[in-house]
Design a protein. Structure first.
Ligand code: NDP
Ligand code: HSE
Length: 436
């Protein structure tokens, strides 16, 4: 194991990856290194930058003599390893090696954390090393610090977040400019928000990884990406957006984590899905590629963390905050908070998870139709909050029903029965309603 506290006032920093974020980390280290030294008490010496292709063109501030394709060798000579490669391998192997050897790791890799968090934390424990990951959730927004440190003296009851900038941009363009999903996605790709393969963003997997990290921190319980049911935004139409506006809502892709109670036992539910948010809710005002996370806690009440969730410089800001904290600990002693999983709350299913939905139906414009639909809700014990009916010329009506809070299970049973109800031609959509 390497000595955890360098004695020469120099903290050797090894950077793995020099892409969108890594390159900005290099720039900020070069431009503001003296400030970071004054703040941490350590001179941060960049000792190497591992990349795939050392011959590729780089931003002008990237020192070519520091580029290497020997990432393993670099890990072996750094006090602080910044992992900005992304994906699972070789990032996982390199991070584990660094932690086991006592080096601090700073990473923005939510996919790695959400899939292998326990293994990484165990390696940190074994190596008496620190693991920082502010950049892994919501880019520049200090929500990891907020949950891990600022709210360590409170009891968090819910976390609701817009944690994927690409999907927020797409939904915002659909809502405000009437674009179709495909048009908004193409625009997001042209602007560089969405990848050429946008699957992880639009199908909600990126948000699910972040939801798992947020829930683990908020509820002191291990939550992995496989624990998070996900619905993405591919199916959302311009008509859905128009209807949302009519009912006073805005459609957002949300990561939702809540404390729940089932049979007297406390647990949690963690989900990612599109949801209708009341136009007056703070999350409704989050536009473009911005991120925001609302945290509800017992004593502090409601807090909102807001800012740029992606991009080179904003994400590098979060990385460097971790690097400065790590350097501080290297010089003055102390550690980052360890993984906290003492609560071990069970993940509750649909029977214990409270939800509200908006259901859109196409149905016969005939006597008894509304009574039949209301009857299904009543028999399933689901109270109706509002109903909006539009009549079309061909004797078919469209109904938009927003429920009160019920259990997910009762709402699912209601929709299944509506689909079988003779007056109902089609269940057009079922969308969650959050934040009321
Ligand atoms: P990029 O794809 O832009 O950069 C990846 C870098 O890793 C490249 O420099 C690449 O080298 C290098 N790399 C890839 N494979 C290897 C390898 N086997 N060995 C050594 N180096 C390798 O990624 P980003 O900068 O966008 O993202 C980095 C991390 O930050 C990811 O985990 C991402 O999820 C996270 N993040 C990114 C945000 C963003 O806005 N981009 C926001 C928040 C988090 P080469 O240049 O030679 O190809
Ligand atoms: N693809 C992510 C987003 C980048 O759109 O928010 C930040 O994790």
């Amino acid at each position: 194991m390497t000595e955890n506290r360098p004695t020469d006032g120099v903290v050797r920093v090894g950077l793995l990856g020099c892409g969108t974020v890594g390159s900005q980390v290099v720039r900020l280290l070069r431009e503001h290194g003296d400030d970071w030294a004054a703040r941490s008490g350590a001179h941060l010496e960049l000792v190497g930058i591992a990349v795939r292709d050392t011959a590729a063109e780089r931003d002008p501030w990237v020192p070519r003599d520091l580029l290497t394709d020997d990432a393993e060798g670099l890990v072996g000579r750094a006090d602080v390893v910044i992992e900005l490669i992304g994906g699972i391998e070789p990032a996982r192997t390199l991070v584990l090696r660094a932690l086991r050897s006592g080096a601090t790791v700073v990473t923005g890799n939510k996919a790695l954390l959400a899939a292998h968090g326990p293994e990484l934390h165990a390696a940190a424990e074994a190596g008496d090393a620190d693991l920082y990951y502010e950049a892994a959730v919501a880019g520049a927004v200090p929500v990891v610090y907020g949950l891990r440190e600022s709210l360590a003296g409170d009891k968090i009851t819910a976390v609701l977040g817009i944690v994927n900038g690409t999907t927020n941009y797409i939904l915002d363009e659909m809502a405000t400019r009437g674009l179709s999903f495909d048009q908004a996605l193409s625009q997001a790709q042209e602007l560089g928000y969405a990848e050429a393969d946008p699957t992880a963003d639009v199908d909600g997997h990126d948000a699910a990884a972040k939801a798992a990290i947020l829930a683990s921190l908020a509820f002191h319980t291990r939550v992995g990406i496989d624990d998070v049911p996900v619905t993405g935004i591919r199916h959302i139409t311009a008509e859905d957006m128009a209807e949302a506006r009519e009912t006073g809502h805005v459609m957002k892709l949300l990561a939702v984590a809540r404390r729940t109670v089932s049979g007297g036992t406390e647990g949690i539910s963690v989900r990612v899905h599109p949801a209708l948010v009341p136009a007056a809710h703070p999350l409704a005002a989050v536009h473009g590629a911005f991120n925001a996370v609302v945290v509800e806690s017992e004593s502090a009440g409601r807090l909102m963390f807001y800012g740029q969730g992606a991009g080179g410089a904003p994400t590098a800001s979060a990385v460097l905050s971790d690097v400065v904290a790590a350097a501080n600990h290297k010089v003055h002693g102390g550690h980052a908070p360890r993984e906290s999983t003492y609560a071990e709350l069970p993940l509750h299913g649909p029977d214990a998870t409270a939800a509200r939905t908006q259901v859109q139906l196409r149905l016969a414009h005939a006597p008894g139709t509304l009574a039949a639909v209301a009857g299904v809700y009543g028999e399933e014990g689901v109270s109706i909050d509002s109903v909006r009916q539009q009549r079309s010329a061909d004797g078919v009506a469209q109904l938009t029903i927003i429920s009160d809070v019920s259990t997910e299970a009762a709402l699912e049973r209601t929709v299944a029965r509506l689909a079988e109800e003779p007056h109902v031609h089609e269940v057009i959509s079922v969308t969650r309603v959050e934040g009321a």
